[in-house]
Design a protein around this ligand. Sequence first.
Ligand code: PHE
Ligand code: ZN
Length: 877
Amino acid sequence: MRTENAPAAPHKTTFLKDYTPFPYLVDGIALTVQIFEGRTLVTSKTTYTLRNPKGDAEDLALHGHGMKVHGVLLNDELLSPENYRMSREGFVMPCPGAEPFTLTFETEIVPENNTTLEGLYKSGDLYCTQCESEGFRRITFYPDRPDVMTHFTCRIEADKASLPVLLANGNMIATGDLDGGRHFATWEDPFKKPAYLFAMVAGNLAHIEDHFKTMSGRDVTLRIYTRAADSDQAGFGMEALIQSMKWDEEAYGREYDLDLFNIVAVGDFNFGAMENKGLNIFNTSRILTRPDLSTDKEFLDIRRIVGHEYFHNWSGNRVTCRDWFQLSLKEGFTVFRENQFGQAVFDAEVERIDEVNLVRTMQFPEDNSPMAHPVRPDNYIEISNFYTMTVYEKGGEVIRMLHTLLGPETFRKASDLYFSRHDGDAATCENFVKCMEDASGRDLSQFMLWYHQAGTPTVHARGEYDAGNKTYTLTLKQSLPDTPGQTDKDPQHIPVAVGLIGANGDDLVGTKILELTQEEQIFVFDNIGSQPVPSLLRGFSAPVILDMDMPEEDLRFRMIHDSDGVNRWDAGQALMLKAFDRGLTDYAKKQPLSREPELTAALGAMIDAMKDKKRALLARMLALPEDAIVAATHQPTDPAAIHEVRCHLETVIGTALKDRLTALYQDNASTGNFSLSPEAVARRALRNIALELLVSADQVYGLTLAKAQYEGAQTMTERLGALRAISSLARQERDGLMSDFYNKFKDHELVVDKWFQLQAGAVRDSVIQDIHALLEHPAFNWKNPNRVRSVLGSYALRNMTGFHHPSGEGYALMADAVIRLNGINPSVAARLLTPMRGWRNFAPPLADKMKDQLERILQSGDLSPDVYEVVSKTLNA
Ligand code: PHE
Ligand code: ZN
């Protein structure tokens, strides 16, 4: 018998309000996984007890998907098929009685054919698992829900020569040889866990090893497993792991709880990494590094991701989620912890700017789309679709606001309380906020609206200075747009960090946290001697849009004088957005675009003021706001117009500042050995942005610089920076360097991904042919998510101009890709639709063409729940 995929639409919706606990307790599960070439036999033996023996004897319903069933045993006796049935979700049998009973399933699966990369699958020669959220049900029949927690043991059997390394969660308790050249290893996890944290690996892997002494003096063995050829790329990940373990002890008092911590690098993986207990599994792209193969951004991201997964050991594993609606309980909190860690170990100012930019470019558009949902959604068709920017990044910002409102000491008391009160629990977002309330004595009931109400709030601000009374009066007003299923929302609790800057650049009141809780509120500052320049939402104190009309003169002043780095950058972005406004207006009127003398002069002054002291911030501040940011302020959006104006602005900036940019370029050449110090990273970043602007100003001159940089590059940051600066040119030299790059690095999959990415992100007249050519390239592979994302993901999300090509052919090729991937890897397929979710925000011919393609996908036949949910909600909302 085979359980089939769920039938096509309509797919079932799951609602938060329907939550009920599982009626049985699970006293343990013992798994035996026998791997053979082309088939794997799984035996699971699980002990159940009816939770409430006096109540109704409820059916036992287990999840299960796509397995061949060889046998079902109740208390070791074969169960005949009339005693159970297979449902759409899995297995159902009447309650066998009030006494504890064991249920054994003997099933067969084919990891070799599992292209969904959920459950047990094969990546290259490696067998590995991915169980979050609902992958365990593809391994055996089980209550695959996070509130069912139990002890796991796992015995793995496999061919010894080809699969010498056998890993699972916890500690290895037995190992030995079997007949026929096979061997086994048995692992036991002493901690109870939900099935989504189960993991196992079988492969031919090398590893590096280190040790960590925990705060109570225990020795933990740390290993990172990779293919033998990659083991020289694991060292930085190991350093990051040790740094993370230490940081979590110092910042949160959290100690690691097993004697072994393993990380395995896997080339085919749907996400970045996974926090399985004691056995984290990482996408190779999120763990392997080498200066000549990895960019600085990758190094820094990897350090954060290693931290993120490690921090989940407490925020996720020791305290897990009651149901998947609570996903932000672990993800939002862990993103916040990761952000704190990232800021602690690197340049805090630019780390924060990058976080803010991510929220604005990726999360705000989600709020402004038919897929808008609260940090805690209340319904879903496919939970994989809710691993979103809202749950992760906005969820992280929500925790950050609690930290701001409570202050660091109280927040720490509250997190200690949370970890002790809920250790071993499957908890809810309310449980978390209740700990914040209990530790602080504050009423956070209004704050809870951040979890319930979707959409990005706007805070409208108006300031007035009264010279006679020496007062500065700030009027703040909040509004929250309607989102699908939610109208007429209530005011939220918004911390607004405010500074007032005096004429000489001093902070007149420091940074004050104003708490906006009503729809409109007035705040008065006394003893303000002269007209100040206000600086609002410092550090991006809340995930809101700030609407404050500020003279450009004040923005230019803040760009140099604001003591808050985020707001310095933000003032510059606001100035640039005003230039975009003017350019887009002129462009629409078919008038010549302004050469923006005031903007370029301000940027010149900024370079002079910052070039020796604030390199990292300067590099960020020289970059124009991303397309997504410009698009948000110009709806319906015309991507071609934005692109024209962008090119124009880059050209006028590059031209006006050519001498300064050339000097920056020369003065920041790298010296000596590779270093990842903030200073060294900033120099490379500054050089790359200067190069981009110089290429815009003068292609021939820029190309000469880029070619020299490419050829002399010691690091991937330099090499890729040179290529990126010229990637959109239609010149022979560009093509020559691109193919040289491919030939140099064709044996390094992760670098080949970058090669694909760069071209998929390039804005050229030939973009449609370019993308088709990439998809037909022999190194393209529909089954590898990294490769798919490096072409289709970059095209869709990093190339607004190219994707929204006036012909609509970008949409058509994306729809073809989604239809194809729907049958290979539904979760990756659904994610590619992200830029099309906002189709209504584009100018009519584009919007119509996107809609047509979405309808074509909907009518294309058997849609996975993943793709069906995104397309149907996108079209209907
Ligand atoms: N839980 C992982 C993380 O955020 C993400 C993930 C989700 C990975 C689902 C794989 C599958 O750390
Ligand atoms: Zn996470």
